[in-house]
Write a protein that binds this ligand. Structure first.
Ligand code: FES
Ligand code: FES
Length: 152
């Protein structure tokens, strides 16, 4: 099928199979490699993007389900003022080791705080519970989120 997808403020014409997951379009067709493939089963959070400002896992969801919606990947998030604050806080708090989970977490935190800039600890933990980090950076991630909340 041929579809038009809105990604990071631009419309892209894509030719692909009907059942192509959104992540495959982002990485393979659009070469936006910041969004990662981890589990491929919606169980780790590495593939998170924003759709209409809300966090969406992209590894299993079909691209065709997002026609006409604004998709923002980590490459688009880093152009947003809030996304830049979140990235800076991750750096300040050294909230990553290998970094494989990090783009998904930065996307998720940006989505979470754009909806609720004063999110408390319980809400932050709940919002990030689907994001796994094999390197164990969660305490530092939480400190980074708290830093951004304190700045808002
Ligand atoms: S790769 Fe999508 S949730 Fe793990
Ligand atoms: S920093 Fe390595 S998986 Fe999270």
């Amino acid at each position: 099928m041929r579809m038009a997808l809105r990604v990071n403020g631009q419309t892209h014409q894509i030719d692909c199979a009907d059942d192509t997951p959104l992540l495959y379009i982002l990485r393979n067709h659009l070469k936006l490699k910041g969004t990662k493939l981890g589990c491929g089963l919606e169980q780790c959070g590495a593939c998170a993007v924003l759709v209409g400002g809300k966090v969406q896992l992209s590894c299993a969801a079909l691209a065709a389900d997002f026609l006409g919606q604004e998709i923002v990947t980590i490459e688009g998030v880093e152009a947003l003022p809030l996304g830049q604050k979140v990235q800076a806080a991750f750096l300040d708090q050294t909230a990553a080791q290998c970094g494989y989970c990090t783009s998904g977490l930065v996307v998720a935190v940006t989505g979470l705080l754009s909806q609720d800039p004063q999110a408390d600890q319980a809400k932050i933990k709940d919002g990030l519970k689907g994001h796994l980090c094999r390197c164990g950076s969660h305490p530092r991630v939480l400190r980074a989120v708290q830093q951004v909340v304190a700045q808002s």
